[in-house]
Design a binder for this molecule. Structure first.
Ligand code: PRT
Ligand code: ZN
Length: 286
């Protein structure tokens, strides 16, 4: 039987769609298996398990799955024997402490001897210990945000994204404990054939991530301005310069990072660039 890379992803929920999208962007074809618990890729030796996110770290630790995609928050909370092999660009959120919005707040010491409801007791107690705060932690598995209004707790520690859940429940965020995102995790030991497949997948993920951070740019420039324009454009090695049909003009092609994007575009215009086109990159292999 040929070796397959077994990956566990969330069956439904916040990470499901982005996990599937990432596999697709990596050229892995998973059609006709969405409602099952398990499917196979048609063009990569991969088996995909659809699970509750909470179960994924254990499955990977037990090597039922070789790898998985989950929130970093879950990995830090569950402390399973697995390793993070790739940081992913989705599932971004933070784990924060929040209190009723009309209460004063000065510092973390305000939590001394308070009752805090959370689904993250391990991360929270470590954080409180680091700050020498003694508090009563109430572990609850869901709807943490209603705990203060029903008298179960004085404060909560929960995941926050837009902040609207806190707002709607009359709470305000006062401390951020950690920033989280989805991660690719792997069992501690994979046999060498499976490890090779994982490296192939990681290579593709890195190409997708790099492409998302870069844009392909095309512009026209008068030849006498080329030296200055080239200085502004790093490209992958250096920019490509092609002559235009109109004499004295060239077309310049380059790759620029999104962080420098607007700054570079403004400088290019100042230096005489015209007809600037910016195109997304699908994959980028350097
Ligand atoms: O069914 P299953 O057990 O698989 O899913 P789940 O319901 O346990 O998890 P799910 O799908 O809610 O979240 C999966 C992962 O997504 C989490 O472990 C995080 O890594 C990540 N993530 C990103 C979030 C959020 N953003 C998020 N906003 N997880 C939960 N939330 C919740 C939060 O708990 C709160 O209730 O959304 C609410 C806050 O959102 P805002 O936008 O109102 O601030
Ligand atoms: Zn869950």
């Amino acid at each position: 039987m040929s070796v397959k890379l077994k990956i566990a992803i969330q069956k439904s929920g916040r990470l499901h769609e982005d996990s599937v999208k990432l596999l697709r962007e990596c050229g892995i074809d998973l059609h006709n298996g969405w409602n099952k618990l398990k499917t196979e890729a048609s063009n990569f030796p991969m088996e995909i398990y659809f699970l509750r996110d909470d179960d994924i770290p254990q499955y990977v630790e037990d090597r039922v799955a070789d790898i998985g995609i989950v929130g970093k928050n879950l990995i830090l909370e569950k402390e399973k024997h697995v390793q993070i092999v790739e940081q992913l660009e989705f599932g971004k959120c933070r784990l924060s402490l929040a209190i009723p919005k009309d209460q004063n707040y000065t510092s973390i010491q305000d939590f001394q001897h308070k009752r805090i409801a959370t689904s993250y007791p391990h991360i929270l107690s470590t954080y409180l210990q680091q700050h020498q705060v003694q508090a009563e932690i109430h572990e609850i598995s869901g709807s943490v945000e209603i705990a203060p209004s029903i008298g179960l707790a004085d404060a909560i520690c929960d995941l926050v994204d837009s902040g609207s859940t806190l707002f709607m429940n009359g709470l305000r965020e006062v401390e951020t404990i950690l920033h989280s995102n989805a991660v690719l995790i792997s069992s501690m030991q994979l046999n060498s054939e499976v490890q090779d497949l994982l490296e192939q997948l990681r290579f593709r993920i890195q190409a997708v991530k790099k492409a998302q951070h870069n844009k392909y740019i095309l512009l026209n420039a008068p030849n006498d301005k080329l030296p200055e324009i080239i200085k502004l454009l790093p490209g992958m090695k250096s920019p490509t310069i092609l002559p235009l049909a109109e004499s004295g003009w060239s077309s310049v092609h380059a790759v620029i990072n999104e962080n420098d994007f607007w700054h570079i575009i403004e400088s290019l215009k100042k230096h005489g660039a015209q007809g600037i086109l910016v195109v997304p990159i699908e994959k980028m292999i350097v």
